[in-house]
Ligand binder design. Structure first.
Ligand SMILES: *[C@@H]1O[C@H](CO)[C@@H](O)[C@H](O)[C@H]1NC(C)=O
Ligand SMILES: *[C@@H]1O[C@H](CO)[C@@H](O)[C@H](O)[C@H]1NC(C)=O
Ligand SMILES: *[C@@H]1O[C@H](CO)[C@@H](O)[C@H](O)[C@H]1NC(C)=O
Ligand SMILES: *[C@@H]1O[C@H](CO)[C@@H](O)[C@H](O)[C@H]1NC(C)=O
Ligand SMILES: *[C@@H]1O[C@H](CO)[C@@H](O)[C@H](O)[C@H]1NC(C)=O
Ligand SMILES: *[C@@H]1O[C@H](CO)[C@@H](O)[C@H](O)[C@H]1NC(C)=O
Ligand SMILES: *[C@@H]1O[C@H](CO)[C@@H](O)[C@H](O)[C@H]1NC(C)=O
Ligand SMILES: *[C@@H]1O[C@H](CO)[C@@H](O)[C@H](O)[C@H]1NC(C)=O
Ligand SMILES: *[C@@H]1O[C@H](CO)[C@@H](O)[C@H](O)[C@H]1NC(C)=O
Ligand SMILES: *[C@@H]1O[C@H](CO)[C@@H](O)[C@H](O)[C@H]1NC(C)=O
Ligand SMILES: *[C@@H]1O[C@H](CO)[C@@H](O)[C@H](O)[C@H]1NC(C)=O
Length: 692
């Protein structure tokens, strides 16, 4: 309640500040609500119905975004003959006057996104044709069809970048982009393009970047834009990508074919500079090894290329797969979320420069590591979410995985890895083996290639910093499994019973560990008090989902920042001393889902005021049979506790005492009232009795 006036006060203060600010702007470096900095006049969202006429005449950039102009009238830009850049985003523009841009000879950049230019596109187009030196034109979000777009762009041969994103283009014929011989960048994403006629881009000899994402293209065959560097066709319905069988060198560097329906690895140019190839989320596989034909050459696909009245037939051997593609410059290859069951021999050998390979979410069952496969330059290899049960390392390899830094094997069916897999991986920092049913080798194993690997040994991997063994079904850790490493991040979550009675197996890495996750490992009250005082660098500790009944112990100088104690069996908050010591560095603590006793929430105040409890709203406590939120206890301990604390004997005494007193008083009163007669009676009785 006391807070309300303060809030009101603050609110008022805030309002006045805002108002002051607004008026200050008008008098300061601004005019009619427009901010003026250098040659830039920024009139965004000023509710202007027309172009202001009193801005400095030498303005070079005029931003009128989000004003309800509706029409850009003839001559309304006349006061600003030096404009180089004009932005009219979201101005409800339906009409641009034929003479609106006359005398704007300096205009280089014109942004007209999110208007209604389809309404009077002819006059608008005519207005654009008065801009012979325009370099950048943004027409996105204007409901333009291909005919309207073609008319607007006609003869604007100076254009270097055009955006037609978010329009209603459906079919690109060979005259849409006619004459745009300087165009370098074309954005056509988020249209409804389902067909591109051969030759549609032929005149665009300078085109370098083309974005066709989010359209309805079913295939790209005979791709022949040799000068293109960047091509994005993600989020279409492509089933085929087929480059023209030209000897010519392609400049292509980045190709994004992700989120399509490709069935086959794309047939890429025979000579290109491709360094990034994105193929995730398709239906691709390699098939040659899965078929059992005696003459695999029979498997061909024929494409009919129809151009006017000429029909050409292109025949593609499906087993050619990647063979004719030039992948020598490839650095980054993402093939995740596909149907790959195997990688054919020689596939990775074609990519000697490959540094990132992502194969997660496929159906790989086995991986052979041979000389140059994967290539020596590889730094990140993600094989997570496959069905790998075997990793084979060819005997006698000395340079395999030499540069590898990150190896993700999460969620496979591995039971172990060959002992020499990591022998030369001297740069490896991160290994994720979570969700594999592995065993840790009990002894440091000598390098021995006989027999299938049945365990994993991480000892003496000096470069290793981060290791995840979550959900690996590991038994109790034996002596020193991480000896010789300098792990900073370790995740042992979900291995029930891995710490059988003590955290001693982690002593080797205690000085270096910064992040330790021990979620759901069955720590319980058997541990008198978990003692983390040897972990001098621990920043982040997750102990959730165990059965802890008491707070772990930490060294006072521990730089702990995050502590998660959710889903344990804590009944009380830490003692004041502990909490104060902890709170010195702690920034975030999670405490919810513990059966705290409402009557024992001592030390709560200290935690609550420091805003370190991230899940404060969800912390509940247990009051006899009710569960209530600790936040609701803000007034201190609930009344019921005070009662509960009092000894039941005392309670009964207190309850009985008033009745007793009443009875006593009543007796006294009666006694005094009938004192005389009573005495007499007694006397008489006595007297009488004395007769006996
Ligand atoms: C602009 O001027 C031309 C004549 O030069 C006229 O035909 C046209 O209607 C005018 N447009 C607007 C929007 O006033
Ligand atoms: C484009 O240029 C051609 C030839 O220079 C000319 O015939 C045509 O009228 C021009 N189109 C427009 C819309 O200006
Ligand atoms: C391709 O375009 C989509 C949609 O705009 C975008 O999300 C994606 O990041 C682009 N790809 C690249 C490699 O830039
Ligand atoms: C493939 O052919 C070989 C013999 O040529 C045969 O042993 C094998 O079972 C066949 N595999 C399948 C999947 O048909
Ligand atoms: C068809 O093939 C001929 C000769 O190979 C070639 O000149 C022509 O450009 C091709 N047409 C198409 C549409 O590919
Ligand atoms: C194909 O069309 C061209 C004109 O577009 C015509 O000259 C030629 O005769 C046509 N060829 C056939 C075989 O119809
Ligand atoms: C290992 O990493 C370092 C630093 O990142 C790098 O200089 C070195 O070349 C790498 N070694 C190999 C074999 O790639
Ligand atoms: C490994 O892959 C899994 C699933 O794709 C992902 O959740 C995890 O973050 C990855 N691990 C590392 C260290 O990148
Ligand atoms: C690879 O590892 C083996 C065995 O550990 C070692 O003899 C060899 O020198 C290593 N080679 C390189 C290039 O590090
Ligand atoms: C767990 O610890 C107890 C004694 O602390 C020991 O008897 C038992 O063998 C240990 N279990 C394992 C699997 O190491
Ligand atoms: C509340 O405490 C009682 C006894 O202390 C216990 O039986 C009950 O399970 C607790 N309720 C919850 C929700 O923890």
């Amino acid at each position: 309640m006391e807070l309300l006036p303060l809030w009101l006060c603050l609110g008022f203060h805030f309002l006045t500040m805002k108002w002051k600010n607004g008026s200050g702007m008008v008098t300061g470096a601004s005019q009619g609500g427009c901010k003026l900095v250098g040659g830039v006049a920024d009139c965004r969202g000023q509710n202007l119905a027309s172009v202001p006429s009193s801005l400095p005449p030498h303005s070079q950039t005029l931003i009128l975004d989000a004003n309800p102009l509706k029409t850009l009238w003839n001559h309304s830009l006349q006061p600003y003959p030096l404009l180089e850049s004009l932005s009219l985003h979201s101005c409800h523009l339906g009409l641009i006057g034929l003479d609106a841009f006359r005398e704007q000879g300096h205009l280089r950049s014109l942004a007209l996104a999110d208007n209604c230019l389809s309404e009077n596109y002819k006059e608008t187009a005519a207005a654009l044709h008065t801009l012979p030196d325009l370099r950048r034109l943004d027409l996105s979000g204007n409901s333009l069809t291909e005919d309207m777009a073609a008319l607007m762009l006609q003869n604007l041969s100076s254009l270097e970048a055009v955006s037609l994103a978010r329009n209603t283009l459906m079919r690109l014929d060979d005259c849409v982009f006619e004459g745009l011989e300087h165009l370098r960048e074309l954005d056509l994403q988020r249209n409804y393009i389902f067909e591109i006629e051969g030759g549609a881009f032929d005149g665009l000899t300078e085109l370098r970047r083309l974005n066709l994402a989010y359209n309805n293209l079913p295939c790209i065959v005979d791709f022949g834009l040799t000068q293109l560097q960047f091509l994005n066709i993600s989020y279409n319905v492509l089933e085929w990508f087929l480059a023209a069988k030209e000897e010519a060198a392609f400049e292509l560097e980045m190709l994004d074919l992700s989120h399509n329906q490709l069935l086959f690895f794309p047939l890429l140019p025979q000579c290109s500079k491709l360094h990034t190839l994105l193929l995730q989320d398709n239906n691709m596989g390699f098939y040659r090894d899965l078929y059992n034909t005696s003459s695999p050459q029979e498997m061909v696909a024929q494409f009919l290329l129809v151009d006017g009245n000429v029909t050409n037939i292109t025949t593609v051997s499906l087993w050619e797969e990647f063979a004719s593609s030039d992948l020598a410059a490839l650095h980054f290859l993402d093939m995740s979320q596909n149907q790959f069951q195997y990688l054919p021999d020689g596939f990775l050998k074609k990519m000697p420069s490959l540094s990132h390979l992502n194969l997660n979410q496929n159906c790989l069952m086995m991986l052979h590591i041979r000389e140059h496969e994967p290539p020596a330059a590889l730094t990140e290899l993600d094989l997570s979410h496959n069905q790998l049960s075997e990793l084979h390392v060819a005997p006698g390899l000395t340079s395999c995985l030499r540069s590898l830094r990150l190896f993700n094997l999460s969620s496979n069916q591995l039971q172990g890895v060959p002992t020499d897999l990591f022998a030369n991986a001297s740069n490896i920092t991160t290994i994720d083996m979570s969700h594999n049913q592995i065993l840790l080798c009990p002894q440091p194993a000598p390098i021995d290639r006989a027999g299938p690997p049945s365990c994993v040994d991480f000892r003496n991997m000096a470069s290793l910093r981060s290791l995840s063994l979550e959900g690996c079904g590991l038994g109790a850790l034996q002596n020193c499994p991480f000896q010789g490493t300098s792990l900073t991040h370790l995740d042992l979550s979900g291995n029930w019973g891995i710490l059988n009675g003590s955290i001693a197996p982690l002593q080797d890495i205690a000085p270096t560990l910064q992040v330790l996750s021990l979620r759901n490992v069955g720590l319980n009250s058997g541990f008198a008090e978990l003692d983390f005082s040897g972990f001098g660098n621990l920043r982040d500790l997750d102990l959730s989902g165990n059965s802890l009944t008491s707070f772990p112990r930490f060294r006072s100088s521990l730089p702990l920042q995050t502590l998660d104690l959710r889903r344990n069996s804590l009944t009380a908050l830490p003692q004041r001393a502990v909490s104060e010591q902890l709170l010195r560095s702690l920034q975030t603590i999670y405490l919810s889902q513990n059966p705290y006793d409402c009557c024992g929430v001592e030390g709560w105040g200290a935690l609550q005021h420091l805003k370190t409890v991230a899940d404060l709203a969800m912390v509940t406590c247990n009051l006899s049979s009710k569960v209530i939120r600790v936040l609701e206890l803000q007034g201190g301990m609930p009344q019921d506790c005070k009662w509960e604390r009092v000894d039941m004997g005392l309670l009964y005494l207190v309850l009985i005492l008033p009745s007793c007193l009443t009875l006593l008083v009543a007796c006294t009163v009666i006694f005094l009232t009938f004192k005389k007669p009573l005495l007499q009676v007694i006397k008489s009785r006595c007297h009488w009795s004395s007769i006996y």
